[in-house]
Write a protein that binds this ligand. Structure first.
Ligand code: SAH
Ligand code: SF4
Ligand code: F3S
Length: 453
């Protein structure tokens, strides 16, 4: 097996950059971090003459950028690999590689268990991809690189972005929070921040393109630090540097979301009034077992302050149903909190035990059918809350940034409000990238419908 050493300079000269012309097909799973990383991977590979192809049939290299956060995310990849065998049958030289969190978590095991896989590369090793791939083409030896780094931020790499009006900028990598259920600190390694100046440069470069909205990304953006600047300082600097751009961020952890951050959001009109603030549970006892480091009271305090200084702010959350030892009373506390906060939306999951995490040692004692029943209860309540909130917006006026043609009809377009709500309007003469003032005429739990004012 080939584990490349840091001899990249020497190796670089060996490859024919421009003349490579090999085609890479890549599928991305998991969170926005992975989508952002795929853009880094494409940049690294394009420097060595690889071109992205949307057509798997014509590809020389197939890459899956994977997620490990829950067991079903990994099962999806394993099923996909069964399918991918077919693409290797008539093209045995075609390389299949696993990138991302599953590569990092499963390492050699994945290579041994999944015979169709030639290449395993973890999130901090993407600079090595061209060398690993080339080596497989030359020698047929499988390749693996899964070291985590304390410093890698890919700061100098310009992501290859798809055309669109929205863009991600990754501002930090890794996570040191070690929530007891979560695999991310193991798959992504230690927290590290990019330089503020390089983030600002990237934002400014984007403002000369079609991009109209930037989302700053990190597993916990509150941990951002560069030279005495915290995340609020970064957010403010970006807001000032690109005043015509809408700015969003994910994800903020309730433990260390500061008043200063809320005040910065309130101060700048180009920072979207929307916070994704994962709560996970409405029970203090469960939060403690989850190692979330905040209480429900503290969480509600943040929400109160956010609503007070930004009336109409959009809120979303993540919730886990069926964490070990969770009782019906704990579940009730989660439902009560949802009623009280009135989230615009939520990502809701059944607890999935992950090897090596602290919670893996707890007994996974909630039977699957109870987990599912609680999850359904949470989903149903959220659907009702979202519907009630959206229904109240009928008759109001909003500004939307047009992102795409509607999936259902070419005569309609979809844009998002400041609060992140998908809104469908007739296409008329509007273009993707336009900011359009609309009056909301209809709503369901997921979508608003409007007419142009
Ligand atoms: N960094 C983000 C979350 C990243 S993972 C944050 O802390 O907010 C996204 C979501 O997946 C988590 O918020 C959690 O709700 C869910 N999740 C993570 N591990 C899980 C597990 N083992 N089982 C079920 N859901 C999980
Ligand atoms: Fe996972 Fe917690 Fe880090 Fe989020 S903050 S990535 S849930 S360990
Ligand atoms: Fe999944 Fe890794 Fe993101 S585990 S949620 S792709 S950081």
């Amino acid at each position: 097996m080939f584990d490349i050493l840091d001899n990249t300079k020497e190796k670089k000269s060996k490859f024919n950059k421009a003349g490579n012309n090999k085609k890479v097909y890549i599928e991305t799973y998991g969170c926005q971090m992975n989508f952002s990383d795929t853009e880094i991977v494409l940049s690294v590979l394009s420097d060595f003459g690889y071109n992205e192809s949307a057509d798997i049939e014509e590809s020389d290299v197939i890459l899956l950028n994977t997620c490990s956060v829950r067991d079903n995310a990994e099962q999806k990849i394993k099923n996909r690999l069964v399918h991918l065998k077919h693409y290797k049958k008539n093209h045995p030289e075609r390389i299949i590689g696993i990138l991302g969190c599953m590569a990092e978590r499963l390492r050699n095991v994945l290579l041994e268990e999944e015979k169709v896989v030639d290449l395993i590369v973890g999130p901090d090793e993407y600079r090595k991809l061209p060398f690993l791939i080339e080596n497989i083409f030359e020698t047929g030896e499988k390749g693996i690189a899964v070291k985590l780094s304390k410093v890698e931020t890919y700061d100098d790499i310009t992501p290859v972005r798809k055309d669109g009006v929205t863009a991600f900028i990754s501002v930090m990598r890794g996570c040191d929070k070690f929530c007891s259920f979560c695999v991310v600190p193991f798959t992504r390694g230690r927290e590290r921040s990019r330089k503020l100046s390089s983030i600002i440069d990237e934002a400014k470069n984007l403002s000369g393109t079609n991009v109209k909205e930037i989302t700053l990304l990190g597993q916990n953006v509150n941990s951002y630090r560069d030279n005495g600047n915290d995340f609020s300082d970064l957010l403010k600097s970006v807001a000032l540097a690109v005043p015509d751009m809408r700015i969003r961020y994910v994800t903020s952890h309730p433990y260390d979301l500061s008043d200063k951050l809320l005040e910065t959001m309130a101060e700048f009109s180009n920072i979207c009034k929307f916070i994704h603030l994962p709560v996970q549970s409405g029970s203090d006892r469960i939060l403690k077992l989850m190692n979330r480091e905040y209480s429900v009271g503290h969480y509600k305090g943040i929400i109160r302050k956010a609503k007070a200084i930004m009336p109409g702010i959009g809120l979303s959350t993540d919730i886990i149903a069926g964490f070990p030892t969770e009782t019906d009373d704990d579940q009730k506390m989660t439902l009560d909190l949802m009623e009280e906060v009135q989230y615009d939306g939520a990502y809701m999951f059944a607890y999935s035990p992950r090897e090596n995490t602290k919670a893996y040692k707890y007994l996974d004692d909630i039977p699957e059918e109870i987990k599912q029943k609680r999850l359904e209860e949470i989903i149903e309540l959220q659907r009702k809350i979202s519907y009630d909130i959206n229904e109240k917006l009928v008759g109001t006026e909003k500004e939307i940034l047009v992102e795409t043609i509607s999936k259902k009809s070419p005569d309609f377009i979809m844009g998002r409000t400041d609060c992140n709500k998908s809104t469908i309007i007739p296409k008329d003469s509007h273009k993707i990238g336009d900011l359009v003032k609309v009056k909301i005429t209809k709503a369901n739990s997921a979508t608003l419908f409007g007419e142009v004012i």
